[in-house]
Structure formats: structure tokens, C-alpha cells
Design a protein around this ligand. Sequence first.
Ligand code: GDP
Length: 299
Amino acid sequence: MNWEKGIVMRFHSNTVSIMNTKTKKREECVLRGKFKKQKIRPIVGDYVEYTLNEQEEYGKIENILPRKNNLYRPKIANVDQAILVTTLKNPFVDALIVDKFLIQVEKMGIDCAIVVNKVDLLQTSEEKELLQLFLDTYSPLYTTLPVSSVTGENIDKLKIIFKDKISTMAGMSGVGKSSLLNSINTGLKLRVGEISDKLKRGKHTTTYTELLHFDFGGFIADTPGFSNLELRGFNKDEIRDYFIEFLEFSPYCGFSDCSHTVEPYCMIKEKYEMGEIASSRYEDYVFIYEELKKRGDKR
Ligand code: GDP
């Protein structure tokens, strides 16, 4: 029997929906009994090998291929990237929130692209400067794209970011995650009401995550990732590793375990003072460090 390769799209009560990686055909499969004995069970995003038998209604999942990564919220494997959506007006999302999202993404070790939506609303020179400052801060670190789902600005570029990847979307409620999905893809149109409902329910959702397939290639999880704005389970001493622009300078700090806050001979502080590290990034780092320190002290 031929072993086919597919990706797990969603779970039903007794079956698993798989999309064949080559033909894109959807197949309903069941798990082989051996998965009950082994502790490993497939999750959404898993690449699996399965067999089809004409006499049987369902295919059989034979094997789970090694995972590249394994996200907990939403529970999904093999995520290629997080698309962080933010806005500077209606609502104004503080950079501190962006940085807290980025910390979570960096801890998971997945790539990230930042999408600044609703740039059509930024009309005054102050608002335009705000956008420029945001781009100056983040574009040296991450792919950063100003877009508007209303005017269609850069939506073609957003599509390229999504293409052929498994993505999870993150961002505060109201920044336009569902509108962006609406504007990039006709293949998902029918489902957009549902997606936006799920995206809005955010972390309170109890339904299982499902992968949706873009007709131009690629997948997106239908529940938002990283919705937790409190950095639970984080230690103050680990977050310096997640500010990726620190990494090139921190080996030159006077102390090898420098926290970049109060120590002398700190290279990060020096680069911040020289304007080589963006002030909001450094200041957010110190703020988050102190926040985690206080929380740790209370325990
Ligand atoms: P979500 O909660 O992140 O899914 O946000 P929605 O997609 O529901 O959008 C929230 C509101 O922002 C809606 O009223 C949208 O019409 C509006 N909106 C979304 N994108 C844009 C945009 O690019 N420009 C403007 N002006 N409004 C937008």
C-alpha cells in the first residue's frame, strides 16, 4: 500500500481531516491503534503519513513526521511564523504590548512579521511621524509592513508573506486581523464570519484550532496565537535573550551575566545612549525586567 503524505487540518470526534500535501485533496482518516500505546498523538499542523484502502471508509494515519516546533496556544505543530498585527490609531497599541508579543514569539523560536494595519487613518504629520518611528524601530529587526485593509495598501505584499507557510496571527482585538484575512484571500471568504468570531473570542475560545488553507498556498490557524499579554512563566533573566538586537553587543558587557539595567560597563546601555538601540525597545526591556522582578520577589 502506498504511503501518502498529508498535513493535519482539524479533528472531528472520531476522525482527523488531512490535506494531501501534493494533491491538496482532503481525506478523513483514523488513527492506527498503535497511537493509543505510544504517548505521541497527532495535533493540527502535523505532517503525517497515511494509507488509503478502497474497501474502507477512512484512511489510516500510520506515522507522524518529526515536528519542527509545537505551540501550546493555539495547540499546533510546525508553525513557520507569527504574523503580529498592530495599529497606531483606533486603537493605539503601545509598543510595550508589541514587545511583549515579540518576547513570546522569540521564546518559541519562530519567525515573526509585524503588520501595522489601518495606516489609512494616519493623516496628520504627527501621525505620519509616529508610523516612521515605528518602522525605524522594528524594520531593522523584523519584516515590518504598513498596510490598510481599507485602501488595499501593501495587501499584495502581505499575501507573499503568508504564501506557502503555516502562520498564526496575533494581535489585540480590533486591530483588523479578520479584515486583513478578508482582504487578502477570496479562498477563505465563505468562512470569514466564523474566523472573525473565533479570532474575537481569542483566548477564551474552547473550540479546537483548525488550519485554513489559502487558495494561493499556505495555511493559517483560525485561532489567534500569543493572546496572553501577561508574561506568565517568564523569568526576568531570560528576556534579555529575546530582545534580538541586544545579542550582538551583550558579549562585550563588563559582566557576563549583565542584566543591562544597573551594572557598570554595560554595552547595551551604552548603545541605547548612543541611539544604536531604539529607546522604546530598551526602555520596554527595563520596564518588563522590573515587572518580572517584582512579581518574582512576591512569590
Ligand atoms: P480584529 O478584532 O482584529 O479581527 O479586527 P476587525 O477585523 O474586526 O476590525 C476591527 C475594526 O477595524 C472594524 O470596524 C474594521 O472595519 C476596522 N478596520 C480594519 N482594518 C482597517 C483599516 O485598514 N483601516 C480602517 N480605517 N479601519 C479598519
